[in-house]
Design a protein around this ligand. Structure first.
Ligand code: GLU
Length: 549
């Protein structure tokens, strides 16, 4: 079977989970049939397009290991002789096919302004009937049309939908889908700015690029009848269609790139906040008033930090920065609608490329279960050899937390990695929980919490008292290795605390980290080194008055 699939993102931001799954399935289907996987950038919406955004897609696909055979050239991927693969560079191709329709009388200019159309739409809504373009432009005398065109009046080109136009689609996932005649009105195929609409460009491109299989999200199903009608009018073959199930959040809402804004709005509402230092007051009001608005990426992150909210990951880049492994994400994305059979849940990209078929895609909505993804990630990390974890944690830090590399020696870095390997759920976990390693000694603080109070201020003798004693013990260790530290602390505990290591451990852990969690204490102290440990203990003891109230 010839198989040419395509992924056709509009560069409106990051590659989100739904898009990544589409790309994955298109790629796997092409690989399975030894066909070709194309990437095409749908940048004809001038308002939304940007070069940087399209480059983001390329980077995200590369990171996931989804290589494209034809498309924009990037690090060895792409190329091909059916380009250009950016729609904005294909205007002459669209014009040629548009002219064919005009010559055949199946496309015509229409001069209504945006306001007129909005008014007509509103009226239809008020009368509770579906809006359909009324073909007013077809009533104009040819001479008038010509005169207005010659004058350069703003106009769009509409497709004249055949009157008897029932469309029957055999969808590989959904089965037969019928759209009655009259459901589709004369839709716009070229906008007033001269750019083709999505519907027209997609049909022309799929045909001229030889696409045989269109795999895309179910939100596009409503567009498909238009595409089929255009294919018929242009004399193009109809590709195989497969519309993928929607991806939902665990609460049943549609997973969307607006989920981050939703999480922030909820927190603001719950707390009754009326302003923030991360967002200027004008944008704040406009953003809160309009649920479809999104804060710019960095602004949302600043606000999340200010409010202490964990933003849900929705784009591939979010998951990468949060320390998920690309092979795990691929595996998990494939499960959002596809099943390998035999209850098999864990597999890699190569398996998918060998086994992927459209008939194993389910119809029902897929739930995005973050806990499950996290569990997959943990399993994959635990299965790694220590050297591999070290290398991947290092690469993650290079990209996201360079201070971990700058402020540690290679030996210290390796110790941090090793002391976290068995409990890290993501590559980011160690960097988050072990920030104290790379902080300057004078920047550690001791917030008064139930846990820190218990470790430092409660009991007789209190942790503060014991720290002074322990400081002496630690300063007497010549070679400050984990095993020497452990032996010294155990000896101290045997003598002063009936062998209870925790009597030394808890106060020391809080003293050197500022909190109550860390990798095993002897490792932690050895990584920090003696001088730093002693300085931190001294400063911690000096903070005792904070705990006296
Ligand atoms: N540019 C469209 C999107 O980003 C592609 C839809 C299609 O695959 O036809 O959703």
């Amino acid at each position: 079977m010839t198989c040419r699939t395509r992924f056709a993102p509009s560069p409106s931001g990051d590659l989100h989970v739904g898009g990544a799954r589409t790309a994955l399935f298109c790629w796997a289907l092409a690989r399975r049939h030894e066909g070709s996987f194309l990437l095409r950038i749908e940048d004809t919406d001038q308002k939304r397009s940007s070069d940087a955004a399209s480059l983001g897609f390329l980077r995200d696909l590369r990171w996931l290991g989804i290589g494209w055979d034809e498309g924009p050239e990037d690090e060895g991927f792409g190329g091909g002789d059916r380009g250009p693969y950016f729609q904005s560079q294909r205007l002459s191709v669209y014009q040629e096919h548009l002219q064919r329709l005009i010559d055949a009388g199946t496309a015509y200019p229409a001069f209504e302004t945006g306001e007129e159309l909005t008014a007509a739409r509103n009226q239809a809504r008020a009368e509770k009937r579906p809006y359909r373009y009324d073909r007013a432009a077809l009533q104009l005398e040819p001479a008038e049309v010509q005169q207005r065109l010659d004058r350069g009046d703003d106009h769009v080109i509409r497709f004249r939908v055949p009157d008897d136009s029932e469309v029957i689609i055999q969808d590989e996932v959904l089965g037969e889908v019928r759209i009655a005649s009259g459901e589709v009105d004369d839709f716009v195929i070229r906008k007033a700015d001269g750019f083709p609409t999505y519907h027209f460009a997609v049909v022309v491109d799929d045909a001229s690029m030889g696409v045989t299989h269109v795999v895309r999200g179910q939100e596009h199903l409503a567009n498909t009848p238009r595409h089929v009608l255009l294919q018929q009018a242009l004399g193009f073959d109809r590709p195989v269609y497969a519309h993928l199930p929607l991806i939902q959040n665990p609460d049943g809402s549609k997973m969307s790139k607006r989920d981050k804004d939703k999480a922030l709005r909820k927190e603001i509402k719950d707390r009754g906040l009326t302003s923030s230092k991360s967002v200027d007051s004008e944008s704040w009001a406009a953003w809160l008033a309009d649920k479809t608005r999104q804060l710019p990426h960095e602004c949302a992150e600043r606000l999340a930090e200010e409010l202490g909210v964990d933003l849900p990951e929705v784009s591939v880049d979010d998951f990468r920065r949060a320390g998920y492994l690309p092979e795990v994400l691929i595996n998990y994305l494939a499960l959002l609608g596809w099943s390998a059979g035999d209850d098999l849940e864990k597999f890699d990209g190569a398996f998918l490329c060998e086994n992927f078929t459209l008939d194993r895609i389910g119809k029902s909505n897929a739930r995005f279960d973050r806990q499950k993804l996290l569990a997959f990630n943990l399993d994959a990390i635990q299965a790694m050899a220590p050297e591999e974890f070290l290398a991947r944690f290092h690469a993650h830090c290079e990209a996201e937390h360079p201070e971990f590399i700058e402020k540690t020696t290679p030996e210290q870095f390796a110790l941090i990695a090793e002391s976290n390997r068995e409990r890290a759920k993501t590559l980011d976990d160690p960097a988050r929980s072990c920030r104290f390693f790379v902080m300057d000694d004078q920047d550690i603080t001791w917030p008064v919490t139930k846990g820190t109070r218990k470790a430092l201020a409660k009991g007789e003798p209190s942790g503060f008292t014991r720290l002074q004693d322990l400081s002496g013990v630690l300063s007497g260790i010549d070679s400050f290795t984990a095993s020497n530290v452990e032996a010294a602390l155990q000896a101290w505990a045997d003598e002063h605390a009936e062998g209870n290591f925790g009597a030394a451990g808890m106060p020391l852990r809080v003293a050197v980290t500022g909190g109550t969690t860390s990798p095993p204490l002897p490792d932690t102290l050895a990584i920090l080194g003696k001088a730093s440990v002693l300085r931190r203990i001294e400063r911690c003891v000096a903070s005792a008055p904070d705990f006296s109230s």
